[in-house]
Design a protein around this ligand. Structure first.
Ligand code: GAR
Length: 204
C-alpha cells in the first residue's frame, strides 16, 4: 500500500479552512496525506465539532490553562507524537509558535495567512485585523498566502499565493469571506497535497 503523510491540523476558531482540508481529502484533492488529529487552542471552538463530524480525533490544549509557552507547546507535541503526525497545518491557529517548536519541525509546519505576504503580516496581524489593515491602507488587491512556518511570524518560505480583488464598499467581513472562498480554501488544500507529495519523495 502507498505510504501516506499523517497530518495534524491546529485551529483556534470556526475552522472553515479545516473544513476545506477535510472536503479536499474526501474529494481526492488531497491524496498523499490524511488528517489524523485536530488540536484547538480554544475550548469549544467550532472547528472541534467539524473534526468530530468527520470522525477525526479532536483535542483541546487551552493556552490559558498552561503556565507558559513551553507547557503549551509540550502538550501539543505529545498529541502530535501520539498520533504519528509528520506534517502540521496551521488553519486559523491564533498562537505564535516559539523557535524551540518550529526548529524541531523544520519544513513540516505550514500556515495559511489571509493576505499577500509580505503585506499585512507578522505579529498582531491575524483574523479580521488583517483585512481591517488592508482596507485602511486602501489596497485594491489582497489575497492569501500559504507558507512554511519558521521562527519569524509569517516569515517562512512561501508555497502558494492567490490574489483577490478588493471591491468598492468592502467591509473587513466581506473581504475576509471573499479571500477565504476565492483563495484560502483552494490554496491551503493544494499546498497540503504539494507538501505531502514532497515529503513522500524526500524533496523537503
Ligand atoms: C482565516 O482567514 C485564516 O487565514 C486566518 O484566520 C482565519 C481563520 O478562519 N489566520 C490567521 O490570521 C493566522 N495568522 P477559520 O477558522 O474559519 O479557518
Amino acid at each position: 500500500m502507498n505510504r501516506i503523510v499523517r497530518i495534524a491540523v491546529l485551529v483556534s476558531g470556526g475552522g472553515t479552512n479545516l473544513q476545506a482540508l477535510i472536503d479536499a481529502e474526501k474529494s481526492g484533492i488531497i491524496s498523499s496525506g490524511k488528517i489524523v488529529c485536530v488540536i484547538s487552542s480554544k475550548p469549544g471552538a467550532y472547528a472541534l465539532t467539524r473534526a468530530e463530524n468527520a470522525g477525526i480525533d479532536a483535542y483541546t490544549v487551552s493556552k490559558k490553562e498552561c503556565k507558559d509557552q513551553a507547557e503549551f507547546e509540550d502538550k501539543i507535541e505529545r498529541i502530535i507524537r501520539k498520533n504519528g503526525a509528520e506534517l502540521i497545518i496551521l488553519a486559523g491557529f491564533m498562537s505564535i509558535l516559539s523557535e524551540n517548536f518550529t526548529k524541531k519541525h523544520e519544513k513540516r509546519i505550514i500556515n495559511v495567512h489571509p493576505a499577500l505576504i509580505p503585506s499585512f503580516c507578522g505579529a498582531g496581524f491575524y483574523g479580521l485585523h488583517v483585512h481591517e489593515a488592508a482596507l485602511a491602507y486602501g489596497v485594491k488587491v489582497s489575497g492569501a498566502t500559504v507558507h512554511f512556518v519558521n521562527e519569524v511570524p509569517d516569515g517562512g518560505q512561501i508555497i502558494m499565493q492567490k490574489a483577490v480583488r478588493v471591491h468598492e464598499g468592502d467591509t473587513p467581513e466581506k473581504l475576509q469571506k471573499r479571500i477565504m472562498k476565492q483563495a484560502e480554501w483552494k490554496i491551503l488544500p493544494a499546498s497540503a497535497e504539494l507538501v505531502c507529495k514532497k515529503i513522500l519523495t524526500g524533496e523537503v
